[in-house]
Design a protein around this ligand. Structure first.
Ligand code: 3HC
Length: 288
């Protein structure tokens, strides 16, 4: 499969990352199928795409109409139908290896023989996911960042068995989306970006858990002193506090108490209306 053979892209998962990736692929002109396990999840993801496209249109960041982009996106809850004619599949399910291996087993059964099977995992082993298939050379990591429509970088990760052809096609596919790919040649936990990002989000969470700083102070320090677009807590609210929690858990790293508490209380960030900040009242992360 070369990049010019790719027409039909399937995204498995309609959450924050899944719907964002589906949106980006549709904006680049691909025929997209977005699938999730329940109809209301698919509908929420589709509504989020529509909201995002309207925002982009308002700001003149869309080359065509919202309707033209939406017309390229089909939705379904049926995995077999979603992947039956896919050239490129991107799995964007929650960060649990058992779940992902189940999906890759299904992909092996139902996706066309030459399809490329990619995972948007943040940090889990591509090599291990690929063992659920009989074609590990066609399995590759393709890690987008949140929100995919605004974030330029995408990691293209080699599993131990990933062929150069597969990785190169994935790399060129990312370029065709108008984004900047980087290869990650070692399938290490966290790849490159989350390994570097780990201390940026982890250390402040320990500092606040230990009562040594407040959330707003830590965020303000990184934004005003270091020039980051968001502080670590606001970023955790954007990506989902549970996502960071599972990344740490899967890596066997200790979880800061403040993070543990938020997950226990189901206060996971923007998607639940409350996280380290409260978004219900429209205030959000105000540390100016
Ligand atoms: N689509 C369209 N518009 C969106 C949007 C989306 N998905 N998300 C936010 N917006 C809108 C907002 O509603 C706001 O609209 P408004 O002006 O009408 O109120 C507007 O975008 C804000 O955009 P601006 O360009 O004015 O604002 P910023 O310059 O602050 O940019 C940002 C926003 C690009 C999100 C920036 O804050 C940023 O880069 N933040 C850091 C994000 C980041 O680091 N992501 C990586 C996370 S790590 C990860 O994903 C890894 C994973 O493995 C965990």
């Amino acid at each position: 499969m070369t990049v010019s053979d790719i027409q039909s892209v399937t995204v498995l998962g309609a959450g924050n990352m899944g719907h964002g990736i589906a949106e980006v692929a549709a904006m680049a002109g691909y025929d997209v199928t977005m699938r999730d396990v329940e109809a209301d999840l698919v509908e929420d993801g589709y509504d989020d795409i529509e909201w995002s496209l309207e925002k982009l249109a308002e700001k003149d960041r869309l080359d065509e109409s919202v309707e033209e982009v939406l017309a390229r996106i089909d939705t379904t809850t049926d995995l077999e139908a979603a992947v039956a004619e896919a050239d490129f599949v991107i799995e964007a399910a929650p960060e649990r290896m058992d779940l992902k291996k189940g999906i890759f087993g299904d992909l092996d059964e139902f996706a066309p023989d030459d399809a490329i099977l990619a995972s948007n995992t943040s940090s889990l082993s591509i090599t291990e996911m690929a063992t659920a298939t009989s074609r590990p050379e066609q399995v590759v990591g393709m890690h987008f960042f949140n929100p995919p429509v605004r974030m330029d970088l995408v990691e293209v990760i080699y599993g131990e068995e990933t062929s150069d052809d597969t990785a190169e096609t994935a790399y060129e596919f990312v370029e065709s989306l108008g984004k900047t790919p980087i290869y990650v040649r070692k399938d290490v936990n966290g790849f490159v970006v989350n390994t570097v990002l780990g201390p940026f989000t982890g250390e402040p969470a320990w500092t606040v858990s230990n009562g040594e700083a407040e959330i707003r102070e830590a965020d303000a320090a990184m934004v005003h002193r270091r020039g980051y677009p968001m502080g670590p807590f606001e970023l955790a609210d954007l990506t989902g506090i549970d996502v960071g929690y599972h990344v740490r858990e899967e890596a066997g790293r200790p979880i800061p108490p403040i993070t543990e508490q938020k997950v226990e209380d189901d206060e996971l960030g923007r998607k639940t209306g409350t996280g380290f900040y409260d978004y219900e009242d429209g205030d959000g992360a105000d540390y100016e």
